[in-house]
Write a protein that binds this ligand. Structure first.
Ligand SMILES: Cc1cc2nc3c(=O)[nH]c(=O)nc-3n(C[C@H](O)[C@H](O)[C@H](O)COP(=O)(O)O)c2cc1C
Ligand SMILES: [Fe+2]
Ligand SMILES: [Fe+2]
Length: 408
C-alpha cells in the first residue's frame, strides 16, 4: 500500500511526501531497491496558498487527498512548477482540475512542455529569473537554475523564511523514516542517498551545479532549510550540504579511494582482480570492489556513486564475442557519461584467442578524458593468471599515480 505524509516543517509550510516503493528502476534505468519519495510543498498565507511541485502520475489522486488536509480548491492560488520531469509534474492536470482558479507558474520553457496537461497549460504564466511573487506577506523569488536537472528547472526561495525549495537539486533516493536529515537517520546515509541521486540523475550536467551554486551565493541565498523534491529535508547544516554538493559536482576524490570494477564469467579476471585489490589495500589505499559474476550482480547506480569520488579506477573485463564484456562496457560508458573527471585508470583484461576487451575499454575511457596509466592483458582460460608480485606492481603504479596528482 502506498503511504504518504503531510507534515508542517515550518510555520504554515508543509511537506507532502509520497513514498514510492514501486519504482525499482528510476527513469527506467537506475536501480533503487531503497525506493524514492516525491516531495511537494504547500505554503499557507492569509491571501491564499501556494503549492510547489507535485507527485508522479500514479499518485495524483493521493496528492489531491493530501492537499485536502492542508488547503482547499478555493484557497489554492498558485501551483509552482519548478521542474517538468513527470516524477514531479505527473499530477499537474489532476491538481489543476481540483483547484480551478489556481494559476500555474514556471520557467517560460515549462509552458512549452505542458502539452500533456492542457488544463494546467491554459492557466500557465511564465516567471522571469529573479521575479518575486508577493502573497500574504511572503516573498517568493523564482531563481532559474538551468540543467538542475533540465533546461527549465528553477528553485523557489522563500525569502523571509530562508527556505529554499530546490526540486531535484539536493534530492536523494530512499524512503527514510524521518522527514529531516537529523531525524532517525545517520548523516552519512543521508549524504550517500543524495550522492547517488545527484550522480545518476544530474551527473552529466555537473558543471551546472557549480554555476548555479555560484549564482545562489551571489544572490545571497543562505537557506536555513533546504526542501528538495526527493528524500530528506536538510535542516541540520544546510551550508555543509551545499558544500558537499559542490564537491560532488567537482568529483572531489576521497583520499586513497579506488574503485575496482570487474566482470568474470569463469573466475579468470576475478582471481586477477582479487589479488590486485588485496595489493591496493597493502599499499595503503582503499579499494571499493564491485564484480559482475555468475553469482553477483552489482547495481550500476551504486558503482557510479562510488566512481564519482574515487581517486583512481581499476576496471577489468574478459573479452566476450570479440568485444569487452557487455556489462562492463555499459558501466564504463555510464561512468564516462556521469562521473568522469580525468581520473587515473588501470585496465585489466583477459582473452582466450584474440584480445579485444582492453583495446575497447581504452578507447571508451580515453574518449572521456580518463588518464589510462596501464593496460594489462592476460591470455588465459581459467584462474591463476597473475603472480602476487605482478599484483604488487600494479598496486604500486596506482599508488604512485595518485600521489603524483592530476593527469596520471
Ligand atoms: C561466452 C564467451 C565468449 C568469449 N569470447 C571470446 C572472444 O571473442 N575472444 C577471445 O579471445 N576470448 C573469448 N572468450 C574467452 C575469455 O575471454 C577468456 O576465457 C577469459 O579469460 C575469461 O575470463 P573470465 O573467466 O574472468 O570470464 C570468451 C569466453 C566466453 C565464456
Ligand atoms: Fe528531474
Ligand atoms: Fe526528480
Amino acid at each position: 500500500m502506498t503511504t504518504y505524509r503531510v507534515e508542517e516543517v515550518a510555520d504554515g509550510f508543509y511537506i507532502l511526501r509520497v513514498n514510492d516503493r514501486y519504482t525499482r528502476f528510476f527513469e527506467a534505468l537506475w536501480e533503487i531497491p531503497e525506493g524514492i519519495t516525491y516531495n511537494a510543498y504547500l505554503l499557507q498565507t492569509p491571501e491564499g496558498d501556494v503549492l510547489f511541485d507535485g507527485w508522479k502520475k500514479p499518485f495524483a489522486a493521493l496528492l489531491v487527498d493530501a492537499l485536502e488536509q492542508v488547503t482547499s480548491p478555493d484557497r489554492l492560488r498558485y501551483i509552482v512548477v519548478n521542474h517538468m520531469e513527470p516524477d514531479h509534474s505527473g499530477s499537474l492536470e489532476e491538481v489543476a482540475r481540483w483547484a480551478p482558479e489556481a494559476r500555474v507558474l514556471g520557467h517560460p520553457l515549462a509552458g512549452k512542455m505542458m502539452a500533456a496537461y492542457p488544463r494546467a497549460r491554459g492557466r500557465f504564466r511564465p516567471v522571469r529569473d529573479g521575479e518575486v511573487l508577493e502573497i500574504g506577506g511572503e516573498r517568493i523569488r523564482f531563481i532559474h537554475t538551468p540543467w538542475l536537472h533540465w533546461p527549465e528547472t528553477m528553485m523557489s526561495w522563500l525569502e523571509s523564511r530562508r527556505v529554499l525549495v530546490t526540486c531535484d537539486a539536493f534530492g536523494g533516493y530512499g524512503i527514510f523514516e524521518g522527514i529531516y536529515d537529523d531525524e532517525c537517520t545517520r548523516w552519512d546515509d543521508a549524504v550517500r542517498a543524495m550522492k547517488k541521486y545527484v550522480v545518476t540523475v544530474i551527473g552529466h550536467y555537473r558543471d551546472w551545479i557549480t554555476r548555479n551554486l555560484g549564482k545562489l551565493s551571489k544572490l545571497g541565498v543562505e537557506p536555513r532549510l533546504i526542501a528538495p523534491a526527493h528524500g530528506l529535508v536538510w535542516r541540520r547544516d544546510p551550508k555543509k550540504v551545499m558544500e558537499i554538493y559542490e564537491s560532488l559536482a567537482r568529483a572531489e576524490p576521497v583520499k586513497g579511494k579506488v574503485l575496482v570494477l570487474y566482470a568474470s564469467m569463469y573466475g579468470t579476471v576475478e582471481m586477477i582482480v582479487r589479488r590486485i585489490a588485496c595489493s591496493l589495500s597493502r599499499a595503503g589505499l582503499k579499494p571499493v570492489v564491485y564484480g559482475f559474476t555468475d553469482s553477483t550482480r552489482p547495481l550500476v547506480s551504486e558503482i557510479l556513486t562510488d566512481a564519482i569520488d574515487s581517486e583512481a579506477i581499476v576496471i577489468a573485463a574478459p573479452t566476450y564475442e570479440a568485444e569487452a564484456f557487455p556489462l562492463i562496457r555499459f558501466a564504463a560508458e555510464e561512468i564516462c557519461w556521469k562521473a568522469s573527471d580525468g581520473k587515473r585508470v588501470v585496465i585489466v583484461s583477459s582473452y582466450g584467442w584474440g584480445s579485444v576487451a582492453a583495446k575497447r575499454l581504452k578507447e571508451v575511457l580515453e574518449g572521456c578524458k580518463y588518464g589510462v596509466i596501464d593496460v594489462i592483458e592476460y591470455n588465459a582460460i581459467g584462474p591463476a593468471a597473475i603472480e602476487p608480485s605482478e599484483a604488487e606492481r600494479i598496486a604500486g603504479e596506482v599508488a604512485r599515480a595518485i600521489a603524483g596528482g592530476a593527469g596520471g
